[in-house]
Design a protein around this ligand. Structure first.
Ligand code: SF4
Length: 434
């Protein structure tokens, strides 16, 4: 039986592997680089050199093989996949319809979680943000957004830190640390799933958290395979949005992948001079190349591109900026999301008044653009991407809380809780930037 969970990684040996074995297995670069960057602590009671492989790095085919080698019936795979993706539990012991002896074998062979939740904050509007610690002690944020249409949107990070250095962004302040592996991205989705009551599922994914996803495209696509597979989280690919500052070759690769994902490009300025000031990566690329790549994406996929424009008071929010933006995007099938900036304490940028935001959008509409204001959510919980992480780093004096010991979720992880009341329209701009 072969059910693809999306990771598609193959190795001939799926018993617990040493780090060295994982690094040289045929499982693909995501696993190899993980082994280098995220050495896990030895499992309790194991020899120094014995490491348990994260179970999410195994394809369903590999899991099936492993189960088969233990003499298990074919239906066991579906049970296991259910506990991994649909109803993620804290530890193997909680997989209640799996025989106890097998649960123990699984726990000996694999890590169920490589990450754990170290901070969990909630806003009155139902938005919840998690700070998740990785095996090497680094931390990333992910967010659950709720709306009154029943959308349950996960916003996930793809890197630790970010190399793009956008001037208004808390995530870029500490620079780039490393790419996340596919399973580290999927684990964020699973942590967010655990915040929902059992009758609810994640419905949408926005890849708008910390990091520039298109510079970690391979792992992002692997993670999204698991997220959209019916044997993974089962979220429709049409409900996935990948947000980028604009990396033309990677936009082309994304188009080539033939996936139904939405592309959102963060413009934030209508001309190169201003954009380079606030999005430094623009200097070497330029708006023309980015818009050409957006046009190719549309031509290849038929999917309308969204342009994000974060309004920074007194910087890019004048009517002349709106007019220039309308000119830049005219004759394109596009949607412009205008988002009022989420202020970050260390940074000098301010939020424009609501009247100014609406005036800007009205100007775009008058010029014939399809534009809308996106509301911000989670304002009480350091909603701008990277803020929670920066506060915790400041309080603890380090972004590195030390390696995670053991393979199951720590007790600091939030329990699956009741749904918070839903309030406002859907928001995918908790991060409000990339
Ligand atoms: S806005 Fe996005 S691309 Fe820019 S620094 Fe922040 S995380 Fe990176």
């Amino acid at each position: 039986m072969s059910i693809e969970t999306g990771f598609g990684e193959k190795s001939s040996q799926v018993e617990a592997l040493t780090v060295e074995q994982v690094a040289v297995s045929e499982s693909g670069p995501a696993v190899a680089s993980d082994a280098r960057s995220s050495r896990e602590a030895p499992a309790e009671g194991s020899s120094e050199k014995h490491y348990r492989r994260p179970i999410l790095t195994l394809s369903s085919e590999e899991l099936d093989q492993w189960l088969h080698s233990k003499g298990e019936p074919r239906f066991r795979l579906r049970q296991l996949l259910h506990w991994l993706y649909q109803q993620p539990v804290e530890n193997f012991e909680q997989m209640s319809d799996i025989p106890k002896a097998l649960r123990r074998e699984l726990a000996r062979a694999f890590r169920l979680w490589t990450t754990r939740v170290v901070e969990h904050v909630k806003a009155d509007d139902g938005t919840e943000k998690l700070l998740v610690r990785l095996m090497d002690g680094e931390t990333v944020e992910c967010v659950l957004l709720r709306d009154d249409r029943g959308h349950r949107t996960a916003c996930v990070s793809t890197q630790v830190g970010c190399a793009m250095g956008c001037k208004f962004c808390a995530s870029g302040l500490g620079g780039f640390r490393r790419n996340l592996s596919a399973y580290e991205i999927v684990e964020q989705l699973l942590h967010l799933t655990r915040l929902l009551p059992q009758r609810e599922r994640l419905t949408h994914i926005v890849v708008m958290g910390m990091g520039e996803p298109l510079t970690n495209l391979k792992n992002v696509l692997q993670a999204l395979e698991a997220a959209t597979s019916n044997n993974g989280l089962g979220i429709s690919g049409r409900r996935v949005t990948i947000s980028t500052v604009g990396i033309p070759p990677a936009i082309d690769r994304l188009a080539e992948s033939r996936k139904p994902y939405h592309l959102a490009i963060s413009l934030h300025a209508p001309n190169d001079e201003l954009r380079t000031q606030i999005v430094p990566s623009n200097q070497k690329i330029g708006l023309k190349a980015i818009l050409n790549a957006a046009d190719r994406y549309f031509a290849k996929t038929g999917r309308r591109v969204t342009f994000e424009y974060v309004l920074l008071a007194g910087v890019n929010d004048r009517l002349e900026h709106a007019a220039a933006l309308a000119e830049l995007l005219k004759n394109r099938t596009a949607l412009v999301n205008v988002i009022a900036y989420n202020p970050v304490p260390e940074l000098p940028y301010q939020t424009p008044s609501p009247a100014r935001v609406h005036r800007f959008v009205d100007k775009l509409r008058e010029a014939g653009l399809n534009a809308r204001v996106r509301f911000r959510k989670g304002l009480q919980i350091e909603a701008a991407c990277g803020q929670l992480r920066r506060r915790v780093v400041a309080q603890t004096g380090s972004g590195n809380g030390g390696p995670i010991v053991g393979g199951e979720m720590s007790t600091s992880a939030p329990p699956a809780g009741p749904a918070s009341p839903e309030a406002s329209p859907p928001n995918q701009e908790n991060k409000a930037a990339n």
